[in-house]
Design a protein around this ligand. Structure first.
Ligand code: IMP
Length: 194
């Protein structure tokens, strides 16, 4: 099925844009992103839930651009840390930190911890005027002890999805998209579009 339509994706993260573009382009969906509106200031992700942040961003960009807008928020939820870093995943080691600093902090918090179970959870919000919808994708796996792999971003080098002996950072973007939290949430959105 081909849609021949344009959606706005509220993101300037090149990794994320590439992941989502790969899936949406094949359906004839053209994407505009935050990078196409450099003069507009992005929304602050200051809500206490992934759902709240995703909706806030999608509503803002729908108003700004007039385009049906998608926004996502993702968190890594670690069982032994009661769901942390969760909605704070980007700022786990502090404001303005690198992915590596977040990974190091998480490994430190997990030192000596036997229960390594974790999940990535993505919430995608779609807003088109009055129409507002939320879609969720979950990928379960575990936190390994040492970073492995150089692909992907964020916590990818220390997250091994269930059933794989590779981390997300050792999978190709295509392999990751098929099983990832973001890929699964997007599949839910595409089902809704169809
Ligand atoms: P955001 O919702 O995309 O801003 O994600 C928040 C944080 O979660 C990011 O800064 C990354 O550290 C982490 N994150 C999001 N998606 C992924 C992923 O697919 N792999 C690894 N880390 C991710």
């Amino acid at each position: 099925m081909q849609f021949q339509t344009t959606l706005f994706l509220a993101s300037a993260n090149p990794h994320k844009i590439e992941e989502l573009e790969q899936i949406l382009k094949s359906l004839g969906i053209n994407l505009k992103t935050t990078r196409d509106f450099p003069e507009r200031e992005d929304v602050e992700e200051d809500q206490l839930t992934l759902e709240g942040n995703a909706l806030k961003k999608a509503r803002f960009w729908n108003q700004e651009t007039g385009l049906p807008s998608l926004a996502d928020d993702t968190g890594l939820e670690v069982d032994a840390l009661n769901g942390a870093p969760g909605v704070w995943s980007a700022r786990y080691a502090g404001e303005g930190v690198t992915y590596r600093q977040n990974v190091e902090k998480l490994l430190k918090e997990m030192e000596g911890e036997a229960n390594r179970e974790a999940q990535f959870r993505t919430v995608i919000a779609f807003v088109d005027g009055e129409l507002e919808k939320l879609f969720e994708g979950i990928c379960k796996g575990e936190i390994i002890h040492e970073p492995r792999g150089s692909k992907g971003f964020g916590y990818d080098p220390i997250f091994a999805p269930k059933g794989f002996d590779k981390t997300f950072a050792e999978l190709s973007p295509k392999e990751k998209n098929l099983i990832s939290h973001r890929g699964l949430a997007l599949q839910e959105f595409i089902k809704f579009l169809k």
